[in-house]
Design a protein around this ligand. Structure first.
Ligand SMILES: [Zn+2]
Length: 358
């Protein structure tokens, strides 16, 4: 069986995509877009069956702003799904996603990235769950009311907050998946301590291969796996490769600044934005093979049942060489076949492992 046949037969799932942000800027996903990493045409070309759309809110919003923003992003997603009802449907469980595939439809799941929108209110958590949120990333790049983030060194709670412990209990009760991407190491260990169910990292890599606090240490991967969880490898080049990261971060700061100005004043800042973008994109990027190196690392540490894919597309500036957008997914399968993975193992990595937890 060649790699394309294996890819086609597998249920292929990407557990993290920031496309709702693009929808909020007016993007349409029915036709191939020049910008961004995702649309339904490229999803089909890439043989991807299900994608999690991240309902992301920035840590700098007030609680009310965060709740409003999350509702808005869910509404934009519902609109996009309705406009494309003959191609794609919302999924809330593995069964629904498998049924969609059998009916010739793609699936969009919803995940919430940053628990700020639930404020200090478990009723809001339940409401968002009712609206289709299947997993929740507890925080983003700032400490919040639930736990500490890995980004700052503030350690507001030293792990989970008292409310955070209630959130874990309630998410277990609701069968919502707990996402440990973005949280601090202490928060991670608190989550494992208080959760009675397996937890996931929907878009994180291995710290042993690229030393960044967003990535998981070998010990964390072992503990997450022994609790039945799955690590979904992120495609973001600086999380994949330390050498690349050293060159990337300073130029990325300039790029982000220029992008912000360009969005506000396109005519005035077009040239400086293009220059910043060209500088950033001219750094030689790690290849798609590096994603498979991270998969190999998890497999060697804890076995085949604890790894998958969480691209972070539309939330990252650029993907690895050869894996620039969602249509390129089959190249991962090709590489897995070349490295000697069996068909059954590839099916687990491409989506089977994550699907089992849904
Ligand atoms: Zn993220």
């Amino acid at each position: 069986m060649n790699y394309l046949e294996i890819h086609k037969k597998a249920f292929v799932l990407d557990s993290h995509c920031d496309t709702p942000l693009e929808l909020s800027r007016g993007a349409k996903i029915d036709k191939k877009r020049k910008e961004g990493h995702f649309d339904l045409t490229r999803m089909k070309e890439g043989g991807v069956d299900a994608v999690f759309f991240a309902i992301y809110t920035s840590g700098s919003l007030s609680p009310d702003q965060a709740t409003t923003r999350a509702l808005e992003l869910i509404a934009f997603t519902y609109d996009a799904l309705e406009e494309n009802y003959n191609k794609v449907s919302l999924a809330r469980s593995a069964q629904e996603a498998l049924f969609n595939k059998e009916s010739g439809l793609k699936s969009i799941f919803l995940g919430m990235e940053n628990g700020a929108p639930i404020q200090n209110n478990l009723s809001l958590l339940r409401l968002f769950n009712d609206l289709g949120i299947t997993y929740m990333t507890l925080c983003h790049s700032k400490d919040n009311q639930i736990c500490d983030s890995c980004a700052p060194k503030t350690e507001t709670w030293g792990g989970l907050s008292p409310f955070g412990k209630e959130v874990i209990k309630e998410m277990n009760k609701l069968d919502m998946l707990i996402d440990v991407s973005h949280i601090s190491d202490n928060s991670f260990y608190d989550v494992l301590k208080y959760s009675s169910k397996p937890v996931v990292a929907t878009h994180s890599c291995c710290r042993a291969l690229a030393n960044h606090p967003r990535n998981l240490t070998d010990q964390m991967i072992k503990d997450l796996a022994s609790n039945g969880g799955v690590v979904q490898i992120n495609f973001y080049p600086p999380f994949l490769d330390s050498d690349y990261a050293t060159k990337f971060w300073p130029l990325c700061d300039i790029f982000d600044e220029q992008l912000d100005l360009y969005r506000k004043f396109p005519r005035k800042h077009k040239e400086s934005f293009i220059e910043a973008r060209d500088n950033l994109f001219s750094i030689p990027r790690p290849s798609y093979k590096r994603v498979v190196d991270h998969i190999d690392h998890v497999v060697n540490l804890v076995g085949i049942e604890h790894v998958g894919l969480g691209s972070d597309f539309d939330g990252i500036e650029i993907g690895p060489e050869g894996l620039e957008s969602i249509d390129k997914f089959p190249i991962i399968t090709k590489e897995l076949v070349e490295r000697g993975y069996k068909k059954e193992d590839i099916e687990l990595i491409l989506g089977g492992n994550f699907l089992k937890l849904l």
